[in-house]
Design a protein around this ligand. Structure first.
Ligand code: SAM
Length: 277
């Protein structure tokens, strides 16, 4: 508006989001397990299975926080490579038609280029906790950490095969802007994938979920992280986020094709996917 009221509100939101994640960073993983009863792990595993990334793929995980998606991505690819190597070894002994057609090595006999995952998050505290986690897990190669805003990504055009954002987009001030940036940094043929809390349609589940969110989550936040307000913010931000169909429309408006979504756990979470052509 002329009076800049919206801008002030937007700045407030960005500041608030920063403070929330700065406050919760150290306890973030513990809280995730406590609040979702561990189910966030399954939602993230499902994202990886739907993605089914192949060796050599380049991932950008935006709002990547403490690295859960990037770790899963690298693990998934490693297990794919192990499978291919085993198949290769077997086919050396008794080559079969099938083994030849699925040869892991490319025509020049080289292994595919290294898969890489870039975790990008606006919050330095979250990234710090993520890096410590990576160190303790012994993950070094193929992983990098970049501080940056989803609305203004510090990457060139057409750089990545896959863009993910898990439980991050509802925290971004201008969702449309973040979607446009996702489109820009993806290569043609690249895939956008988003996990986010969404709308529960079953009335009974919805009632239980509401009670749980508004009455249990802030209490858990206070008890585990000593921070009622941050968790109250998280619950409120979930309610304000567009539902499955509206969000699908926004992804299409950003220029993505073949946009679809799947509900997980009755729509508590939705997985949206789209392609840049
Ligand atoms: N993706 C991780 C996961 O699933 O565990 C972390 C999700 S956490 C709920 C949300 C993350 O979004 C926080 O780490 C926060 O710092 C980040 N974030 C919020 N606004 C952002 C923005 N504009 N650009 C990039 N990251 C942002």
């Amino acid at each position: 508006t002329h009076f800049g009221f919206e801008t002030v509100q937007e700045e407030e939101k960005a500041k608030r989001v920063y403070q929330v994640f700065e406050n919760v960073a150290q306890k973030y993983d513990v809280m995730n397990d406590a609040m979702s009863l561990g189910v966030h792990r399954l939602w993230k595993d499902i994202l990886l299975h739907a993605m089914n990334p192949q060796p050599g793929a380049r991932l950008l995980d935006v709002a990547g926080g403490t690295g859960d998606i990037a770790f899963r991505f690298l693990e998934y690819i490693k297990s794919q490579e192990d499978k291919m190597r085993k198949r290769e070894a077997r086919s050396m002994q008794t080559p079969s038609w099938q083994d030849i057609s699925t040869n892991y090595l490319n025509e020049q006999g080289e292994e595919p280029k290294e898969s890489t995952a870039v975790v990008c998050d606006i919050n330095k505290e979250m990234l710090k906790v993520g890096k410590q986690k990576a160190d303790s897990m012994g993950i070094v190669s193929g992983l990098s950490w970049v501080a940056g805003d989803a609305e203004e990504l510090p990457f060139g055009d057409d750089e990545f095969d896959i863009y993910t954002i898990a439980f991050g987009i509802r925290n971004v001030t201008h969702i449309e802007q973040a979607l446009q940036e996702a489109h820009r940094v993806l290569k043609p043929g690249g895939r956008f994938m988003c996990l986010e809390f969404s709308k529960v349609s079953n009335p009974l589940l919805s009632t239980i979920y509401d009670t749980y969110s508004f009455q249990v989550i802030p209490v858990l936040g206070e008890v585990i992280a000593g921070d009622w307000k941050s968790y109250q913010y998280l619950v409120e931000s979930i309610r304000k986020f567009p539902d499955q169909e509206d969000f699908k429309g926004m992804i299409e408006d950003a220029g993505f094709y073949c946009v679809s979504f799947h509900n997980l756990t009755g729509g508590i979470v939705a997985l949206h996917s789209g392609f840049k052509l």
